[in-house]
Design a protein around this ligand. Structure first.
Ligand SMILES: [Zn+2]
Length: 55
């Protein structure tokens, strides 16, 4: 692990309806300025909801 550069940026995707943290994803540097939004299946809502990058 030593010496590994912090190129990869792991972010948490949070359901916008129930605020459950459902997914981890990696973001590349290019997208860094924008907040990612994805439609994902939420276990708690039991449907597809919009998931947003958590801070
Ligand atoms: Zn949800």
């Amino acid at each position: 692990m030593a010496g590994k550069k912090g190129v990869r940026h792991v972010v948490t995707m949070t359901c916008t309806e129930c605020k459950e943290r459902n997914y981890l994803t990696e973001k590349n540097r290019r997208n860094d300025s924008t907040r990612m939004e994805l439609n994902k299946f939420c276990q708690r809502c039991r449907k597809h909801t919009l998931h947003r990058e958590a801070r």
